[in-house]
Ligand binder design. Structure first.
Ligand code: 4AD
Ligand code: MG
Length: 436
């Protein structure tokens, strides 16, 4: 028997198949019957189409199955494509054969469910149109990150997930039993990347990252994917400009590949296009405080980190992402060096996204001063001995170097305009949830 040629819904919507009989397969998205007709919406990965099942157009037993099949039943359908202005997408299928692959049980997700229930039923909810659209965009973003770095001669380089040291502060470490010992889940690829640049010079990675974030927010996950880069012979301004190029590149790719998905999500495509073709400004932390003071009437003491509320107020004054550099050195991680031109500040940056999506990138030049780092680690109560391998990188051919990390889910949340970061990853892990 010849293999069946399956036509995808997206292909039908091109009009190329009008008047022709095609084979389609997918899931029942919605269904209702009226007398001798069943109106089904069928979905596959590419879209949804109306399928009209009329008694008499197909064997009676198949019509009975169409009446019985509940939503999310999987089906094979043969039908003739007809143009119909009233149907969603402008085409419908007049069904001549229907075979139910699996009769679904009553689907537990109905309209207007609470976010908690949708998370309990995440394994079923990921097939929703909203999550499907977000996951398609996420796939484009991830692909774009790889091609962006590879096209510029960066090597993909992997760090261990089990690490004996902290990188971003001990308070968010996940401890793991390691035989008779203990270790931690990776908080960042960075420290190991700093070893890699002495071999490969320009490297990048995208990998799972773990933080025991004790607060419930719409921006924090306990397990997320970070896309990081590290490069020898680069300084702060070099990596800031790579970070801006990377975001521009990712936006262009999404605009090229995911217009339909952005529409499903109700995102403003013209606005994203405008952002993709605009320059992103760079300001200093001190300038950010001035803006907050002058335009928002918020007096923040110099030296305090910017909290969510301050980042959001600051971003009221920008339509594009903004890079903020030179945060106070004492609130920064131990590896961020002070700026000799302004020694109270560090050679570091964050990139903030507009519309309340907050910090999407954090990065810096890296300190090469063993004594300064030792002192910072001691202040933090760290065992300095554990960092001797890291200090060796400063002892054997040390070079200026810099890098940054991009939070994949934060970026996807902003691009998709989703209210919660949890919807940007198939199975979110948070303070309150590690199931299903
Ligand atoms: O600013 P962070 O902590 O920087 C680092 O980890 C550096 N070691 C990276 C580097 O220089 N190679 O984290 C980087 C980004 C943040 O800007 C944010 O987008 C994201 O990672 N991020 C989180 N995303 C989701 N949930 C969390 N709990 C996150 N914590 C950080
Ligand atoms: Mg940060």
């Amino acid at each position: 028997m010849p293999k069946t040629k399956w036509t995808q819904i997206e292909e039908v919507m091109t009009g190329e198949f009008t008047g022709k009989t095609i084979h389609s397969r997918g899931w029942i998205y919605r269904t209702r019957s009226s007398g001798n007709i069943v109106f089904m919406m069928l979905r596959d990965v590419t879209g949804v189409i109306q399928a009209t099942v009329k008694k008499g157009n197909l064997p009676d037993a198949e019509f009975e199955d169409a009446l019985k099949a509940l939503i999310e039943s999987s089906v094979h359908i043969t039908g003739t494509v007809r143009e119909d202005k009233r149907a969603p997408g402008g085409y419908e299928l007049q069904v001549t054969n229907l075979s139910v692959v699996n009769f679904a049980e009553p689907f537990p997700i109905t309209k207007d469910q609470s976010p908690e229930l949708l998370l309990d039923l995440r394994h079923l909810w990921i097939r929703s149109r909203k999550i499907t659209a977000i996951l398609k965009i996420r796939s484009t973003v991830v692909g774009a990150i790889h091609s962006f770095f590879r096209d510029q001669g960066f090597y993909e380089y992997d760090a261990p997930v089990l690490q004996p040291n902290q990188c971003e502060g001990g308070s968010t470490l996940f401890e793991v039993k390691y035989y008779e010992d203990k270790t931690y889940l990776s908080q960042s690829w960075q420290l190991y990347a700093e070893a890699g640049i002495f071999a490969l010079e320009k490297i990048y990675n995208m990998g799972p990252t773990f933080r025991a974030e004790k607060s419930k927010t719409s921006r924090h996950l306990s397990e997320f994917w970070m896309a990081e880069m590290e490069a020898a012979w680069m300084d702060l301004s070099d990596v800031v400009s790579i970070a801006k190029d990377e975001i521009h590149y990712i936006l262009m790719q999404v605009l090229q590949k995911n217009r339909k998905d952005l529409e499903v999500l109700g995102q403003d495509i013209a606005k994203l296009e405008e952002i993709a073709s605009s320059e992103f400004p760079t300001i200093t932390y001190t300038e950010a405080l001035h803006i907050l003071k002058e335009k928002e009437g918020m007096g923040i003491e110099w030296g305090k980190d910017l909290r969510t509320i301050e980042e959001d107020k600051l971003m009221n004054h920008f339509k594009t992402p903004v890079v903020v550099t030179n945060y106070p050195v004492e609130i920064m991680a131990f590896y961020k060096p002070k700026d000799e031109k302004d020694p109270k500040t560090a050679l570091c940056f964050d990139m903030l996204a507009p519309e309340g999506y907050g910090e999407i990138i954090g990065g810096s030049q890296r300190s090469t001063d063993i004594a300064a780092m030792t002192e910072r680690l001691k202040e933090m109560g760290e065992k300095v001995d554990n960092y001797q391998w890291y200090f060796d990188l400063r002892r054997f051919g040390s070079v200026p170097h810099a890098g940054y990390g991009l939070g994949v889910e934060r970026l996807v949340a902003w691009i998709c305009k989703t209210e919660n970061i949890k919807d940007t990853i198939p199975f979110p892990r948070t303070l309150l949830r590690f199931k299903p």
